[in-house]
Design a binder for this molecule. Structure first.
Ligand SMILES: Cc1cc2nc3c(=O)[nH]c(=O)nc-3n(C[C@H](O)[C@H](O)[C@H](O)COP(=O)(O)OP(=O)(O)OC[C@H]3O[C@@H](n4cnc5c(N)ncnc54)[C@H](O)[C@@H]3O)c2cc1C
Length: 388
C-alpha cells in the first residue's frame, strides 16, 4: 500500500516533469464510466486525451432501473437543458409502497422531495443517452475492448485489451477503474475487497397490456426468505424481482421459472397489485435472470495515477436504490480530484477516497436500519443473517 507521503512526492514529480498532454483511460462504460468521461471532458484541458474502453456485448441485459429524486441534480449537470426531453423517454416514479415491518402497506411519496420525482429507467436507453453525451463531448470510445492485463510503467500503466481483432496495448498516464463490481483494474493491483454481505436477485421482465391500470410506484413486500419488488418500466414493461440468498436458491430452486412463480403467488399483498394472469401467461417464455448484489468496499480506491469509481469502488445492496446515483455522484467528485491531480496536487485524490469511505459507512448504517426494521420474520434464516 502507498503511504500518503509517497503519493505527494509522486504528485510533485508529475507536475515538474509532465510536459506532454495527459492520456486518461476509463475502464468500463456503465453509468460510472460514462459520467466520469463527461465530467472529465468538461474539467480537463482540450489537449488531454480521454479514452473509454468497455467490454460489454450488445446482447447483455443490464438490471437496475430505479433512481430516486436525489439523482436529479447530478443528472441536470450531465444532460443540461436536454434533461427534460431525455427523461420524457423514461417513466416517472412517484415513490414506493412497501409491506415491510408491518402488515399494512407504508408509503414513501417523492412528492415531498425538493428535487422532484424519481424515475424507472429503460436502463439500456439511459446508458445509450449517456454514451451520446460522451461521444458529442469528443471522448474516444472503444467498444468490446476487455481489459485483460495491466503493467505499471514509469509514467502510468500499459493496458492490454482483448478485442475481436486480437490483443491491443495502450499507455495511460492515469486510469479510472469503472469496471463495475468486478473491480478488474483495482483487483489486478492487488487491492483487497472487504465483503459485508451478498444476496441474489432473481429478475424477470414482462409485457403489460396497453389498457392496464397499474400504479407507477415501486412496490415492495418482505417475505420470510427475502423480499420482492416490482417496478413498472417505460414502454409497458414490468420488472418483478425476488431478492434472497444463495442458500435459499439452492434449497428451493426458485431460480427456475415455475418455482419463482409459485413463490410470487404466495406473497400476501404484491400479487394483488400486479397482473398475475399476464405474468403466468408469459412465464413459459420468460427467463429468470440471476444477479448477485454484494455489499463491499475496496481497501483502497485511489493510488498513484489511478482511482476507482462506482461499483468498482464499492457495492450497495439494491435495497438502497442508490447504486446508479452513487456512481454518478462519485464520478463528478472523481473527475474534480483527477483534474486537481493533473494540476500537481495529490490531496484531492485522498479527499475523494475519504468521501467514498464516508459514504460507504453511511450506507452500512442505512442498510442495517432497513433490515432491522423488518421484525415479523426475525427468527428466519434470511433475516437473521442480514441483521448484524
Ligand atoms: C439486481 C440488481 C438490481 C439493481 N437495482 C438498482 C436500482 O433499482 N437502482 C439503482 O440505482 N441501482 C441498482 N442496482 C445497482 C446498479 O445497477 C449499479 O450500482 C450500477 O450499475 C453501477 O454502475 P457502474 O458504472 O459502476 O458499473 P456497471 O454498470 O456494472 O458498469 C461496468 C461496465 O464495465 C464494463 N467492464 C467490466 N469489466 C471490464 C473490463 N475488464 N474491461 C472493460 N470493460 C469492463 C462492463 O461491461 C460494464 O459495462 C442494481 C443492481 C442489481 C445487481
Amino acid at each position: 500500500m502507498l503511504m500518503m507521503t509517497d503519493l505527494n512526492t509522486a504528485a510533485r514529480h508529475i507536475s515538474a516533469e509532465q510536459q506532454a498532454p495527459l492520456t486518461i483511460a476509463i475502464i468500463g462504460g456503465g453509468p460510472a464510466g460514462l459520467a466520469s468521461a463527461i465530467f472529465l471532458r468538461s474539467k480537463l484541458s482540450a489537449d488531454c486525451s480521454i479514452l473509454l474502453f468497455d467490454s460489454q456485448k450488445e446482447d447483455k441485459l443490464k438490471v437496475g432501473e430505479s433512481i430516486p429524486p436525489a439523482a436529479t441534480p447530478v443528472l441536470r449537470k450531465l444532460f443540461g437543458e436536454q434533461l427534460k426531453s431525455i427523461f420524457a423517454e423514461h417513466l416517472e416514479c412517484p415513490g414506493s409502497i412497501s409491506l415491510w415491518g408491518s402488515d399494512t402497506p407504508g408509503h414513501n411519496d417523492f412528492i415531498f422531495e425538493l428535487d422532484g420525482a424519481g424515475y424507472h429507467l429503460n436502463r439500456t436507453l439511459f446508458e445509450q443517452q449517456l454514451k451520446q453525451r460522451v461521444l458529442s463531448a469528443g471522448v474516444v470510445c472503444h467498444d468490446q475492448y476487455r481489459l485483460c492485463n495491466i503493467e505499471p510503467n514509469n509514467s502510468g500503466f500499459t493496458l492490454e485489451f482483448a478485442t475481436a481483432e486480437g490483443n491491443q496495448q495502450w499507455d495511460a498516464d492515469f486510469v479510472v477503474d469503472a469496471s463495475g463490481a468486478g473491480s478488474f483494474f483495482t483487483r489486478k493491483l492487488g487491492v483487497a475487497r472487504n465483503i459485508l454481505d451478498s444476496v441474489l436477485f432473481l429478475c424477470a421482465e414482462f409485457d403489460l397490456p396497453d389498457s392496464i391500470d397499474m400504479l407507477d410506484h415501486t412496490l415492495v413486500e418482505a417475505v420470510s426468505d427475502g423480499w420482492w419488488y416490482s417496478a413498472r418500466l417505460p414502454h409497458n414493461r414490468l420488472m418483478v424481482t425476488f431478492c434472497t440468498d444463495a442458500e435459499h436458491v439452492k434449497l428451493s430452486a426458485c431460480d427456475q421459472a415455475e418455482f419463482w412463480l409459485e413463490k410470487l403467488k404466495q406473497t400476501s399483498w404484491l400479487q394483488s397489485r400486479i397482473p398475475m394472469a399476464e405474468i403466468a401467461e408469459q412465464m413459459s417464455e420468460t427467463t429468470i435472470i440471476t444477479r448477485a448484489a454484494t455489499s463491499f468496499i475496496m481497501s483502497n480506491v485511489i493510488g498513484e495515477r489511478w482511482l476507482a469509481v462506482g461499483d468498482a469502488a464499492c457495492g450497495f445492496d439494491p435495497i438502497s436504490s442508490a447504486g446508479i446515483t452513487k456512481a454518478l455522484l462519485q464520478s463528478e467528485r472523481a473527475s474534480s480530484a483527477i483534474s486537481e491531480w493533473a494540476g500537481g496536487s495529490m490531496d484531492a485524490l485522498s479527499g475523494y477516497q475519504d468521501q467514498v469511505f464516508n459514504d460507504f459507512n453511511q450506507y452500512v448504517g442505512l442498510r442495517s436500519q432497513l433490515y432491522a426494521s423488518e421484525t415479523r420474520f426475525a427468527g428466519q434464516r434470511y433475516w437473521s443473517q442480514r441483521v448484524f
